[in-house]
Ligand binder design. Structure first.
Ligand code: COA
Length: 533
């Protein structure tokens, strides 16, 4: 192995250790003391419950684990994991969305990022046709931020709106209540298709005992106001009474045991492993983010048989191949590829090729994987006069209208309009995965520093206080730090700009799961509106 490849590998393995560390913080808020506190109440950590909920020996595909770090809310800097665990697992063979409050994080209350994460999980479930299980244990809205979590579309009420509409579409909404569900939060129990409550752990009421006392003078315990016994025997607001968390988990599994099996809306070929080892990705990808890449080698490290059937491989060398297109099988599922290559700058030829390929895959009803490592479209008069604007717009239109499942994987720069053309968040890919090499921002730190410096220089000159060389350099460094920091996968993951930051070795399993889940619904016919050509 060359020195450069060994250095790359060591670098990325170390970066992924940093990811492990951050994920550990997300998974164990409050450490052992918090686990002991739960145990005293007869409760298990939330991921332990989830592992029992899904089929034995299967994996829980947890989403958005970096959510909520560094948010700097009033008096709360970090909300580990956003205070809520979301992810996809199999129950009796069916992929199911699981949404579970983590009561170790501020009593599972909802911050803006908690809501965003809850809503994102519901959106995936609705789009892919997944049943939902809610493990409810929450103090409701994080009250100091009520104006930011209560009244708007996408705020607290939207959780229940989504439950109602999903159940109207035939998607089961099952709630296991294992803690407080007060005020608006009570609806997570009452809106469910079936709700399970646990004796002396679960409570659900529109007003808790203190509010009841203040409003009516009635003095009553939480248990007598809205405990499991009250709602399963008297009010009928919940359907199943259980004594322990384990019993409740078994009950939820039983409720979902007779769901019709899901089926895949594409022909699945026999699965075969890649011939190129996954370590290749670690060795191929340069530590420097703006250095060019050989994306074909990356694709070979996760495609079945390492086989990439390339489309228009020889077209416009040096320009057309800054995007490579083609098909692979991924655990037997055919997938169309649009992948940034080399420096990833999108020339007219690459944009045209990508648009053509998107349209072809849509006609064939083959799902699309966008592998993003592009700093933007080519600028300058030659490119403008050749029509980079309109061909870029065609690509964006094709991406927007593509009716097939689309997934984005970011393995490098992700800037400017290339974020649009390569199916960034605003283009609503079914799933969006980042890696530790992803850098998502409007421009790179270096470019942003120069643009902002030119503005600052003009301003300062007009004030009669021109910048010294030292001031210019300090300004540049400050801007580079800010922009590069905000592009980092930790920053983006904290804000849910991706669904998970994957390790390179997780790419194959995760993409296969995501395509499978995205193909549970039939694919519509294509329609693209007004392409320019
Ligand atoms: N808003 C903001 N912070 C809240 C909160 C809320 N709605 N509910 C709980 N918290 C905070 C507590 O202040 C505490 O913070 P701290 O760790 O910094 O001291 C932390 O969350 C844990 O709460 P605690 O009451 O100690 O946990 P618990 O397990 O004993 O009780 C509840 C959990 C949910 C039963 C209880 O906190 C409660 O009744 N909360 C209020 C519920 C409510 O009325 N919500 C209405 C909003 S819709």
């Amino acid at each position: 192995m060359s020195d450069a490849r060994a250095e790359n590998r060591a670098f990325w393995e170390n970066e992924e250790l940093k990811l492990d560390q951050r994920v550990y913080e997300a998974m164990w808020p409050g450490g052992e003391a918090a686990v002991q506190r739960l145990a005293k109440l007869g409760k298990q950590p939330v991921r332990q419950l989830i592992q029992k909920l899904i089929d034995p020996g299967t994996e829980f595909y947890e989403l958005s684990r970096l959510a909520g770090f560094g948010m700097h809310y009033p008096d709360v800097d970090d909300v580990p994991c956003g205070g809520i665990v979301t992810g996809i697992g199999k129950i009796y063979g069916n992929w199911t969305m699981i949404i579970a409050n983590d009561s170790r994080v501020k009593a599972g209350t909802y911050f803006p990022i908690t809501l965003k994460k809850h809503m994102r999980a519901q959106a995936i479930a609705e789009r892919c046709g997944l049943n939902c299980v809610y493990i409810a244990d929450s103090g409701g809205a994080f009250l100091p931020m009520q104006a930011d979590v209560f009244p708007d579309d996408g705020h607290f009420g939207s959780m229940f709106y989504n439950m109602a509409r999903m159940s109207a579409k035939g998607l089961k909404q099952i709630t296991l209540s294992t803690g407080g569900n007060t005020a608006g939060g009570a609806y997570i129990v009452f809106m469910a298709c079936q709700a399970v409550m646990i004796d002396k752990l679960a409570y659900s009421f529109l007003g808790g005992p203190p509010l009841v006392k203040a409003a009516t003078g009635e003095v009553i315990s939480a248990e007598d106001l809205g405990g499991a016994r009250i709602h399963t025997q008297i009010s009928g607001g919940a359907d199943h009474f259980c004594r322990t968390q384990d019993e409740a988990i078994e009950k939820v599994r039983e409720i979902l045991s007779l769901e019709p099996p899901q089926k895949l809306h594409i022909h699945r070929y026999a699965e075969s492993p890649p011939m190129v080892p996954v370590e290749t990705i670690y060795e191929e990808l340069p530590a420097k983010i703006h250095q060019g890449i050989n994306v074909r080698a990356v694709i070979q490290a996760f495609a079945d048989d390492s086989h990439f059937i390339e489309y228009k491989k020889n077209y416009a060398p040096g320009r057309g191949d800054n995007i490579v297109t083609g098909k692979i099988r991924l655990k037997g599922i055919p997938v169309g590829i649009i992948a940034a290559n080399g420096l990833g700058i999108i020339f007219v030829e690459a944009a045209r090729k990508a648009t053509e390929w998107i349209v072809r895959c849509c006609q064939e009803k083959v799902p699309l994987l966008f592998i993003q490592s592009s700093p933007g479209y080519m600028v300058g008069s030659e490119s403008e006069h050749m029509g980079i604007g309109k061909y870029g717009a065609d690509m964006v239109r094709a991406v927007s209208c593509a009716q097939v499942p689309r997934i984005q994987l970011v393995i490098g720069p992700d800037n400017g309009a290339a974020n649009y053309g390569m199916c960034g968040r605003a283009y609503r890919p079914h799933f969006l995965f980042a890696t530790m090499r992803a850098r998502t921002s409007v421009m790179s730190g270096r470019s942003a520093a120069e643009v902002l410096l030119s503005i600052e220089e003009r301003k300062r000159a007009a004030e009669g206080k021109p910048m010294s060389d030292g001031e210019k350099q300090a300004f540049r460094l400050q801007m580079i730090e800010k922009y590069d920091g905000e592009a980092h996968p930790f920053f983006c993951g904290a804000r849910l700009l991706n669904d998970r930051v994957l390790k390179f070795r997780e790419i194959r399993d995760w993409l296969a799961m995501a395509f499978e889940v995205s193909l549970l619904k039939p694919i519509d016919d294509p329609a693209f509106g007004n392409l320019r050509f």
